[in-house]
Design a protein around this ligand. Sequence first.
Ligand code: MTE
Ligand code: MO
Length: 487
Amino acid sequence: MVSVGDALVDNSPPALMRLAISILGTADKPVLLTGIVVVLAVSGAVLGIAALRRPVLGHLGLAILAAAGAAAVLLRRADDPGAVVPVLVGAVSGALGLALLLRSAHRYLRSGEEGNTTARAAARREALPIARAPGRRGFVLTATGVLGASAAAGAVGHWVPRLLGGGPAGSAPTLPEPAVALPPLPAATELGVPGLTPFTTPNSDFYRIDTALTVPRTDPSRWTLRIHGMVDRPFEITMDELLTLPLEEADITLSCVSNQVGGDLVGNTRWLGAPLAALLRRAGVHSGADQILSTSSDGWTCGTPTEVVMDGRDALVAVGMGGEPLPVEHGFPARMIVPGLYGFVSATKWITDIRLTRFADERAYWARRGWGVRAPIRTMSRVDVPSPLGRVASGDVVLAGVAWAQHRGVAAVEVRVDGGAWWEAELARVPGIDTWVQWVAETSVAPGRHDVQVRATDASGATQPSARAEPIPDGATGWHRIGFVAD
Ligand SMILES: Nc1nc2c(c(=O)[nH]1)N[C@H]1C(S)=C(S)[C@@H](COP(=O)(O)O)O[C@H]1N2
Ligand SMILES: [Mo]
């Protein structure tokens, strides 16, 4: 099911993907998987009814479904033909189940014909439930048994790999100390306004965006990262080797290009990792190799401008996030992080391969689907307090939120109420230019409905444009506005 879902995700027309993302947001995965279950159940019902007349139809349909499943598995897991075994076992069990059900259904139908006048009439006269009639009961029992066995097999298939420790949770490496440790965050990074987004996003609250229907699980002792392509000295590095490199810490705010104005697909944390530029220097990148094409263990690809990674910023092959090894959902055992670029062009999770190439020659996953190629994060600001459509007491009110302009830095945040004059908010302290910053402003309002707007100016002096643009192809623009009511 998951492989079929993956195949659907990777091969849907871009327009359909955009529609699904815009309507369903991050619910798109459960909806897709539920849809597959529904399609399978309906196909099963139709095939079952057809098979009553012509059993061969049922088995043929089953074979076609199994072939589609096997094809989806083999296409994605070409290196692991064993992955098709569950599909085959499923197909054989399906055929057995179908044969059992058909036998018992035919027995019931026959008993219906023969016993109509006697047994069924007797059953009715004695007010016995009709299920007691011979044959029917047998069919209901067989059907329940087949259903129960399927559910049990599904549950076992789902839980056994997890119980056997198929995941890397137990084998997570203990993270070495960074060679370049950052001082603790200054106290003034947190303004302490109730309801305001915390400066550091806890790992458990960090937004998750990826195309993976099941989280790729890799044993770190078997993980390698290959760096090759347009380089002088291609090499492969193991996790042990990576962890002996001088690791660095960096506070970086990651944002998804799909984040709408006012949206929450953005988070900030302290990352730990090996500087990517050093690894690339070791490989010796050819001039002209303007794209770093990275690939995850599940085949997702990402194109990052080489010059951005080499310009001295804290681009990392990260192994730690928020003081812990990367959680599996966030790329364990290693991922890329490049301050200033949207995640889809910089933040490859479950990374296993880096190939130096040229934008003119190759397009990565989202670029092939109509999204941007070079996508620096746009300056953005958000109102968190008051909460949208929230109620506050009239008189003095506190307005607060966050703003970001990664790798340029936020120079100023301005707010205005009810379309009045803009005034400057107070900014918290931040450890660098790669993170968001909390802002706060105070005003007083009369009872009634009001709205707040916010806009940020980055350190180059550019203020966020008011014109609204959709996230596709390279990031939303516009000023965030929220309404609130003062009592
Ligand atoms: N392997 C892989 N890495 C990926 C993606 C993906 O689909 N697959 N999505 C990217 C996108 S679009 C974003 S915004 C970030 C999100 O990282 P997070 O889920 O850790 O917040 O991961 C990036 N890395
Ligand atoms: Mo994203």
